[in-house]
Design a protein around this ligand. Structure first.
Ligand SMILES: Nc1ncnc2c1ncn2[C@@H]1O[C@H](COP(=O)(O)OP(=O)(O)O)[C@@H](O)[C@H]1O
Ligand SMILES: Nc1ccn([C@@H]2O[C@H](COP(=O)(O)OP(=O)(O)O)[C@@H](O)[C@H]2O)c(=O)n1
Length: 313
């Protein structure tokens, strides 16, 4: 830090010196030369004091100072990860890192330029060549209906996060009771529970093509997925529908669900708007969203859906 500030300062000084040298008079030139000597002495003093100080060189390494580019970057990566696949043991691998790049400007100030979120840009290698498609859309948009068609025609395995959670809530455990209440309230169950259910189901399957329906419901779901699975989805299939149409469909669904009543449905709509739409927007920034108009008939919706699966024929 100290060194990067100094370099910024020295650069600012050099720049102003260069400017003076080419534009000013002879009197200014001798002033410039004196200044140059002064700054050069400063530089030497600083170089010797910083090389004799071990903490300074550690700082330099920690901040990733790059003398040729003049960019000082800070990076830190720290996540103790909880293995959710089986049993929840801790492993020491780190999954996320954020680095802040700072650039010394000509005024000598440190200007923060950008935050680099590694997990947004760098995907990890896929495990077992798995293909994962996340299927999103509001409650009642028709996700389950279309997933059945895709399974039939493209050899995918359908994993509904909601179905897995509903099965889990019937376990009668404390965890299961918590899930039951959250589903009734239209709330999003903690990612640790959902990701564990999904990964266990995948581990039990011989398939390498998965439609993960109703997931990720929020950014926390997505981050937990990337952390635990070690890779992101191939793409997100997003069924776009109005609340009016979804309400009508849900009230006619008749599957005996505890959350298909007007009170719960309204809460689910709010959760969808506030938590799920942002995760779709996040995936849009990665260019991974394939949107399908879900208001049409099931057959028409499927015709559009198929366009995203040509690669799996
Ligand atoms: N395109 C559609 N047009 C009319 N009804 C539909 C359509 N897609 C699904 N449905 C019906 O709407 C209800 C909700 O569909 P479903 O697939 O369960 O939605 P989701 O999985 O998104 O909650 C079901 O009763 C289903 O038969
Ligand atoms: N990733 C998920 C998916 C579902 N759920 C819960 O399960 C409920 C039903 O989800 P679902 O996907 O089966 O049904 P729809 O709301 O899409 O019709 C949600 O309202 C949430 O309470 C969750 O918490 N996290």
């Amino acid at each position: 830090m100290r060194r990067s500030i100094f370099v910024g300062f020295h650069r600012a000084a050099s720049k102003s010196l260069a400017h003076t040298t080419f534009t000013n008079t002879t009197r200014d030139k001798s002033f410039t030369e004196n200044n140059a000597v002064f700054f050069s002495l400063c530089l030497r003093w600083f170089a010797s004091s910083s090389s004799s100080s071990s903490s300074s060189s550690v700082t330099q390494r920690e901040e990733g100072y790059n003398a040729s580019s003049g960019i000082a970057s800070k990076s830190s990566s720290s996540v103790v990860r909880c293995d959710l696949r089986r049993g929840g043991e801790k492993s020491a691998s780190s999954s996320y890192s954020h680095s802040t790049e700072t650039t010394p400007t000509s005024s000598g100030k440190i200007r923060s330029t950008k935050i680099v979120d590694d997990d947004m840009t760098e995907q990890q290698p896929k495990k077992k060549n798995n293909h994962v498609v996340f299927v999103l859309g509001g409650p009642g948009a028709g996700k389950g209906t279309q997933c059945a068609n895709i399974v039939r025609d493209y050899n995918f395995t359908h994993l509904s996060a909601g179905d897995l959670l509903r099965a889990h809530m019937k376990s009668g455990t404390e965890d299961g009771n918590m899930v039951a209440q959250m589903i009734k309230d239209g709330k999003i169950v903690p990612s640790a529970v959902t990701v564990k259910l999904l990964l266990n189901a995948m581990a039990d399957s011989k398939s390498n093509r998965f439609l993960i329906d109703g997931f990720p419901r929020n950014k926390e779901n997505r981050d937990a997925w990337v952390s635990e699975a070690g890779y992101d989805c191939d793409f997100v299939l997003m069924y776009d529908c109005t609340e009016e149409v979804m309400l009508e469909r849900l009230l006619g669904r008749n599957e005996g669900r505890t959350d298909d009543n007007v009170e719960s449905i309204k809460k689910r709509f709010v959760t969808f708007r506030e938590s799920s739409v942002p995760v779709v927007e996040f995936y849009e920034t990665l260019g991974k969203v394939r949107k399908v108009d879900a208001i049409a008939t099931p057959e028409e919706v499927y015709e559009k859906t198929k366009e995203s699966f040509a690669q799996f024929e």
